[in-house]
Design a protein around this ligand. Structure first.
Ligand code: GAR
Length: 206
């Protein structure tokens, strides 16, 4: 199977969904390590699954670039085929992109290019959209600008607040992310830099 390092900063429920998916027989990817940038519940999920984890905290470095280089090296030690950002809340710099660009996947809780950034759910609610959702995309040098791999819509309900809406989005995200990682692990990504596709299986529909 393809090897995956997952980076997270928060609750880690998406990480947990990936760990569960990877335990299913025949799942084509294996989580080899989890990285965090702060103390957070995500590492408990890694522990429970017996997956090693490491922390590379921004505050432990003199500047952002030094942090970025250290994180790049910590991830690289595990020689992953893919790196997945599952609620990782820091922007990765050039050193990281140089090493993992093209095989670095993020999930964002909005339908990009709408509502990029750290508050995708809050911003969608504030705008008053009636439909939002989630986007799984390749990471490029911009913030939430990389080629889209998959999206799914989630309706905004009357009375939604940030927490209720984010939780409904995450239900969809957990499944979509696991599906996309499996598809990419099996069939790869074809991208011209702007658009990206996961080639359709020759056995589709069988
Ligand atoms: C997810 O909704 C993910 O899309 C979002 O953080 C949540 C992580 O949930 N990521 C971003 O907003 C990235 N800008 P989790 O900690 O329960 O896995």
């Amino acid at each position: 199977p393809a090897t995956v390092v997952v980076l997270a900063s928060g609750t880690g429920s998406l990480l947990n969904a990936l760990l569960a998916a990877a335990r299913e027989p025949g799942y084509p990817a294996r989580i080899v390590a989890v990285g965090v940038d702060r103390d957070c519940p995500a590492t408990a999920h890694a522990d429970a699954a017996g997956v090693p984890h490491f922390k590379v905290g921004l505050k432990d470095f003199s500047d952002r670039e030094a942090w970025n280089v250290a994180l790049t090296e910590a991830v690289d030690e595990h020689e992953p085929d893919l790196v997945v950002l599952a609620g990782f809340m820091k922007i990765l710099g050039p050193a990281f992109m140089e090493r993992f660009g093209g095989r670095l996947i993020n999930t964002h809780p909005a339908l990009l290019p709408s509502f990029p950034g750290a508050h995708g759910v809050r911003d969608a609610l504030a705008y008053g959209v009636k439909v939002t959702g989630c986007t799984v995309h390749l990471v490029d040098a911009g913030v939430d600008t990389g080629p889209v791999l998959a999206q799914e819509a989630v309706a905004v309900m009357p009375g939604d607040d940030e927490d209720t809406l984010q939780e409904r989005i995450k239900v969809v995200e957990r499944r979509l992310l696991a599906e996309v990682i499996a598809a990419v692990a099996t069939r790869g990504i074809v991208s011209d830099g702007r658009k990206a596709e996961i080639p359709v299986s020759e056995h589709a529909g069988e």
